[in-house]
Design a protein around this ligand. Sequence first.
Ligand code: MN
Length: 194
Amino acid sequence: MTYKLPPLPYTYSALEPHIDSRTMEIHYTKHHQAYIDKLNALLEKYPQYEKKPLDGLMKSLDSLSVAEADKMTLRNHGGGHLNHTLFWSILGPKKEVDTALVIEIEKTYGSMDEFKKDFSALALNRFGSGWAWLVRDGNGELKMYSTPNQDSPYLTGDAPIFGLDVWEHAYYLTYQNRRADYITAWWQVLKLLP
Ligand code: MN
């Protein structure tokens, strides 16, 4: 299978002023496309894995019959594709609040404010490039943590619910070094939560 960019469900400018149009265009057409291109090139070498779901390949990465260097490529670019595909889908110009998730978050973390404060701190304190995640673990419990680079939560058997991309390419044109301002703005366009 050859992976392709998933359709973006809104225009590049739809998330302004929180995420600017140029950032969206470059992030989607250049960065995400590059992960896909490198993932496709890697999978050409391993046709036995081309038709396997990518989340499953991440889960079983250690046991794949793939050279170590290629494993790192698969981890980075397979993760990059999965992470960005989810990222576009959880954002939007209009809130589409998942009320069941809201209730679960409030139960698990005390309140929405408390949850957002802790999640924002994870995103802010991730050193260098990476992501902050809300995931469901193997027991069905909510967990939050951050990962470096393009590491996917599927690597550790968790299913991501949403993630916040804190690579500089996600915010630098508007926010430069002000990652905290980007995080504050990002909550406005995360459609799942109020
Ligand atoms: Mn990104």
